[in-house]
Ligand binder design. Structure first.
Ligand SMILES: C=C(O[C@@H]1C=C(C(=O)O)C=C[C@H]1O)C(=O)O
Length: 297
């Protein structure tokens, strides 16, 4: 027995053989491109859970997005209320529309090139996918066939725009809707990948103790399943690792040896672990439950 060290998901109940198998089958194609920082080009995502959050914090930090701030503005300047409201409506619609359009276009192109053939990938708009234009790749089948219908991207999308984004974006509106939408999509895809790894984690857990899972699945007992697959100590470890990585990767870099910038941080590392606690881990567990409920179909 050993720990499961994949993308921030560690399970004390996972066997070495299963981990090896899992790694062999899933790590090949998992790379995350960092447009914001030359230090990183391709980062093995599976080994870098915190990268997602760092990427969010660092890349969105400077992106002004017309949301709450304009509402605030409209309260502050009553004289211009209508004008600001109009501006908000226009800007916000443009922004949201751009995000959706960008996601649709990108997913359509990527689907043709086979992105969603990979069981690790889950589209945000499955209803709009186009047929494959490249030869199909024989991905090893690890998951039960019900996995294809497990997709929580709609709630992820909502969480991202309603809860997560307002925490990171700066005030104002710089009109860069297209760039913002492109960042949104790559972040959404990164988080989506991480939380949907829950399918693989759930499969491993199920194979290891079907006798524990089967009665709960048959009884459609979401709560019972959630309890059974939860390992609080593992979650604590994941959060600590996330915070540690955020501390290391979030340092300011200086060539001046007298500079005390080693101490300077681009953002508060505890925020990264809080994000995992509040969203990333709960969403991963939701995926696990959804997958398990279909496991005996
Ligand atoms: C992923 C697992 O399941 C749960 C989810 C975790 C996560 O998303 O990081 C961590 C621990 C578990 O409560 C696991 O056991 O490894």
């Amino acid at each position: 027995m050993t720990s499961f060290h994949l993308e921030g998901t560690e399970s004390p109940t996972t066997t070495k053989k299963q981990i090896k198998q899992f790694l062999a089958d899933t790590s090949n194609n998992v790379f995350c491109f960092f447009p914001t920082n030359n230090l990183f080009t391709f980062v093995p995502l599976l080994l870098s859970p915190t990268i997602i959050i760092l990427y969010i914090t660092l890349s969105l930090h400077h992106l002004p997005i017309p949301r709450k701030n304009l509402i605030l503005l409209s309260n502050l300047i009553p004289k211009n209320k209508n004008q600001v409201r109009n501006k908000m409506a226009t800007a916000e619609n443009a922004y949201t529309l751009d995000s959706v359009r960008k996601a649709l276009n990108t997913e359509t192109v990527q689907a043709k090139a086979g992105r969603y053939e990979n069981p690790e990938e889950n589209p945000f708009f499955p209803e709009n996918l186009q047929p494959l234009l490249v030869p199909s790749y024989p991905f090893t089948k690890i998951l039960h066939s019900g996995a294809a219908s497990v997709n929580i991207n709609k709630s992820l999308w909502k969480m991202y725009f309603d809860d997560l984004l307002p925490l990171f974006v700066a005030s104002g509106d710089d009109g860069n809707y297209a760039q913002t939408a492109a960042s949104d999509l790559s972040l959404l895809q990164a988080i989506s990948k991480r939380v949907h790894y829950g399918k693989f984690v759930a499969e491993v857990k199920f194979r290891e103790s079907p006798q524990d899972y089967e009665p709960l699945i048959r009884a459609k007992d979401r709560e019972g399943l959630m309890k059974l697959l939860t390992f609080k100590s593992v979650e604590e470890m994941v959060k600590k690792r996330v915070e540690k990585k955020a501390t290391l990767f979030g340092q300011e870099i200086s060539l001046d040896s007298n500079d005390d910038s080693k101490e300077k941080k681009k953002f508060d590392p505890s925020v990264a672990s809080k994000l995992y606690e509040k969203w990333v881990i709960p969403l991963t567990k939701e995926v696990q439950v959804d997958y398990l409920l279909r496991r005996l179909d």
